[in-house]
Design a binder for this molecule. Structure first.
Ligand SMILES: Nc1nc2c(c(=O)[nH]1)N[C@H]1C(S)=C(S)[C@@H](COP(=O)(O)O)O[C@H]1N2
Ligand SMILES: [Mo]
Length: 523
């Protein structure tokens, strides 16, 4: 062995194939995933890496990804991360030799990055990196094994490497494939067990929503729904409610583990358990939520009845300093929103919601508790899985999306959209009813006008107004007489008498504006 330094390695060594790298990566990821099960969700490096990538991705890239993949954006991200890891593993493993462990070093670097990702997550503790370390070690061991003497060096009794090399190479490939299979099985089993282990769906099913005291809203009368046109229901069923969040896996937070800490610029810090909430009056409010990323004509808007507690009541116990102008709310997974103090304390009745449409909050909508603030886009107000409220100032603190270039304040703009007809729809000649929704939370909707082609603006018929904080459905009966291509446009007038602007603004930095126009054909 004294001559190893001078003897060239490669002639008698088997060059590792890309497959060995895939095997090492599969084992590292699979073992990390499976060994994370007893440690709980914070130890899941796969989710941590994905979440860290989401956080580190520049805002504009994130937006294009959301545009491209829609609500599958997280699946697309997971696949992308796996492909990147596989390519790097395959390429670096090919450089691995017994004396220059390039691939092993790459695995260790990836492992260190994985540990950093785990530790960067809210609520993680140092012990949570253990599964990532175990996975990394196993990945290195597999790679070393595959390039070891058993496969990589001429066996002592063999005559020439040229004759036994194809055999060794085949053996190496078979063993590598075996490791890839084992890694995949461990990974899938780990992911499934992690999910079952942490799911709070049992906790949610066991929860009976308290009924509201005096503060029950009037049930929406049937007249909120214009007849004769297939519009979305005034109240969006939970299953159809739009969903937007940065959570790669939905946070699983039980009522027992939930606490709400109110601190910062206050006289007394307050910490409430879920049980403590019973001290406060239960209220119900119908509020339309809207996402700032909703393009003109988009679907990121829904309306629900929320059950919960007035934020005003919860905050009162803390004694807010008069120079605090922002409440920075934080979720269990580290999302933050900056909301003006007055929006949480004035008469609009912002609530800490624990129920949605008479059911406990669905897990993906924030179980066990989230904020609902009439009049503000979700990114500055509607924190799901909320656990922390810090009283601070807009000139001192910046929330998640504001750091990424979105406006610090996000009042909802007056907008309207057409649901019927859909773009490209063929409308039969004769009488037809078009329709859609309009919204200007806090101000309400006074009127909706519709224009066919470049004709005059005509009044649409309005469904009954429920409240200023909810959308208003509208319909427009029309005689489809002229065959051919047409357009229909809509604009709303809000409760202040202001007509929705025709100026087209992008969703960044504070919400899209412009008139929604749909092209259709009469035949
Ligand atoms: N924890 C957490 N809360 C969040 C978000 C998030 O990414 N994480 N996104 C916000 C945004 S941008 C919107 S529009 C609303 C959407 O609420 P929904 O998914 O219940 O419709 O949630 C808000 N609350
Ligand atoms: Mo949003």
């Amino acid at each position: 062995m004294a001559d190893t330094a001078t003897r060239p390695e490669t002639p008698s060594d088997l060059r590792p194939s890309g497959l060995t790298g895939l095997a090492a990566a599969a084992v590292a990821l699979g073992v990390a995933q499976l060994s994370a099960v007893p440690f709980g969700p914070h130890a899941d490096s796969r989710t941590a890496i994905g979440s860290a990538v989401i956080d580190l991705t520049p805002g504009p890239v994130k937006e294009s990804a959301i545009k491209l993949f829609g609500t599958s954006d997280k699946l697309a991200l997971s696949i992308l991360v796996l492909v990147v890891i596989a390519v790097i593993a395959a390429l670096t493993a090919q450089r691995e030799t017994r004396r220059r462990p390039v691939g092993s070093v790459a695995i260790v670097v990836a492992g260190v990055l994985g540990c950093a990702a785990v530790l960067s997550r809210a609520g993680a503790t140092p012990i949570d990196v253990v599964p990532t370390v175990i996975g990394t070690v196993c990945g290195v061991l597999v790679l070393r094994l595959l390039v070891s003497d058993r496969f990589g060096k001429k066996a002592p009794q063999a005559d020439a490497s040229s004759t036994d090399s194809p055999d060794r190479s085949r053996r190496q490939s078979l063993v590598a494939l075996g490791f890839i299979g084992a890694g995949a099985v461990a990974g899938v089993a780990g992911a499934v067990l992690n999910r079952l282990n942490s799911s709070v769906s049992g906790d949610r099913t066991a929860f009976t929503l308290p009924s509201a005291g005096k503060s029950v809203p009037v049930a929406p009368p049937p007249s909120v729904q214009p007849p004769g046109v297939a519009l979305p229901p005034f109240i969006t069923p939970n299953a159809d409610f739009y969903r937007i969040d940065t959570a790669l896996s939905v946070p699983q937070l039980s009522r027992a583990n939930w606490r709400l800490r109110i601190h910062g610029m206050v006289d007394r810090e307050v910490s409430l358990s879920f049980e403590d909430l019973q001290r406060f009056e239960v209220v119900e409010r119908v509020v339309t939520l809207t996402c700032v990323s909703n393009p003109v004509g988009g679907d990121l808007i829904s309306n629900a009845k929320w059950t919960g507690y007035r934020m005003r009541d919860l905050l009162a116990g803390a004694g807010i300093h008069s120079d605090a102008d922002m409440v920075m709310s934080t979720s269990i997974d580290g999302f933050t929103a900056g909301t003006p103090v007055e929006a949480l304390t004035d008469q609009r009745d912002a609530i800490l919601a624990i129920g949605m449409n008479d059911a406990p909050l669905p897990i993906e909508h924030g179980y066990p508790a989230r904020l609902v603030v009439p009049g503000l886009y979700g990114y500055v107000s509607a924190t799901k899985w909320v656990t922390d409220l810090e009283l601070t100032r807009f000139d001192r603190a910046e929330a998640y999306w504001t750091r990424l270039g979105w406006a610090a304040r996000g009042p909802i703009k007056t907008e309207s959209k057409i649901e019927v007809p859909k773009s490209g729809q063929v409308v039969p000649r004769g009488p037809v009813t078009f329709g859609g929704v309009a919204w200007a939370q806090l101000r309400g909707i006074n009127a909706v006008e519709v224009r066919i082609d470049e004709g005059p603006w005509q009044q649409a018929q309005l469904g009954a107004s429920y409240s200023k904080d909810t959308w208003r459905l509208w319909s427009f009966p029309w005689q489809a007489n002229d065959s051919g291509a047409h357009t229909v446009s809509v604009r709303a007038t809000d409760g202040t008498g202001t007509v929705q602007t025709s100026d087209e603004a992008d969703v960044v930095p504070d919400g899209a504006t412009g008139w929604h126009t749909v092209s259709f054909d009469v035949a």
